[in-house]
Ligand binder design. Sequence first.
Ligand code: PGA
Length: 254
Amino acid sequence: MNSQRMPMIAGNWKMHMTAAAGLEYLHTLESSLSAQDAVEVALFPAFTSIYPLCQVAKRVRLGAQNMYTEAEGAFTGEVSAPMLRELVDLVLVGHSERRHIFGEDDDLLNRKTERALEYDLQPVLCVGETLEERDAGATLERITAQLTRGLAGIDKQAAQKIIVAYEPVWAIGTGRTATPEQAQEVHAAIRSMLAGKVSDPARIRILYGGSVKPENSLDLLSQPDIDGALVGGASLRVEPFSAIIQSAIRLNPA
Ligand code: PGA
């Protein structure tokens, strides 16, 4: 971490947690956090939980796990940026499950990123290589393509609002984490790749995701270009998620 960037610990609940369970979780989490802690805490619940959670969240920032490219229209089952913006100001774009299970490609994600920014939602643009790409030595090539296409045509000033999440596909939900050094290498490379795409790469937050848990969070977050974590499995219970938040607080005392 680096003191010029506020660390963010974000929980991606994926398709878990009813609204009732989410409310109970949020209540416990909020009571464990202090307003003074120099860490931003965010949760990405399912669409159906966003509204009830928004009614009670004070310290925790909420976001959506996905959105559609168009602002409105005949797109049954989709949710748009202006609809989300009534409730939240953060949205995940291009999570690896969206890319791999739902076939979302960089061009579609480019339109989502652009639309999110247009409606003043802060996109968390997720990038990451597959195991085959890593084994073939194509990690940085893949991520360069994801960032270049994902941010194509977007003005540098507007793009400055994004957060990037680096999530190696082989580390998501597998229990297999990138080593802190492996992650740092890619994070530093991402920061360099952002030159020319955003106005000030040094101020962009780059989160690491992929089997982050209390046992590895301190080492990962100690790396200079890792500005936080996007946590899946370990965010489903308050206790491990809080422990990860505590790692960030330890490294970035107020
Ligand atoms: P995981 O998921 O922490 O369960 O690996 C991370 C993510 O998908 O964002």
